[in-house]
Write a protein that binds this ligand. Sequence first.
Ligand SMILES: [Zn+2]
Length: 250
Amino acid sequence: MLSDREKKRYSRHLLLGDIGEAGQLKLSQSKVLIVGLGGLGSPVALYLAAAGIGKLLIADGDSLDITNLQRQILFDTDGAGEPKADLAEERLSGLNPEIDLEVIDHALTEEDLREYVPEVDLVLDCSDNLGTRKAVNRVCVAERIPLLSAAAIRWEGHLMLFDYRRPETPCYECLYPPDAAEPVLNCSTSGVVGPLLGILGSMQALEAIKLLLGMTSDINGKLMMFDGKHHQWQSFRIQKKPSCPVCNLS
Ligand SMILES: [Zn+2]
């Protein structure tokens, strides 16, 4: 049962037929791991905390730099130099004291991921490097935990859902094979327009809420590409590769 305080806080969810009190209870019993508290992790963490996801594990090993503030809306100027994980904890617990937060203040290793991923219902990859993305993918495939992955650079963003509870789902390495090198382009060398990360992060949060409610998603196994300059979404089905060493061994 939701408390009267929760009923008031989540009243706009309770009005929705697809959520209601039963759905809100499902959200309050859900656990989610957010990998990275940058431009994507900021809106993801804010929306999922506000939505009343029962437990958020938030991981980031960086300290806040003034260059982050152009897009990382979780933070304020006053926090410059402080660990982002601690700043996020303060902000999110102020936003919604009804939820539990577990703070991981270092970059996640594959060993860490093997510890944390089995504890959660869903992983949101909001990281900024290929090594972490692949490690997150490997552990999610092995543990059959759904993965929502996003990325953005310049004016273009990507969104992918891999629901590894379903065996036909392709994986991140079907798209980016093991020998794929780290892309030369990244946000610190090529730039990114701030609201693009807000759009992609908000889409991650939206799909996360749907998945945790048990609603079907139209984007499982698809690469959704958003062109912010020309306002176009395109979607491509990702083929499950029979030769993929990650998803064909599990
Ligand atoms: Zn694969």
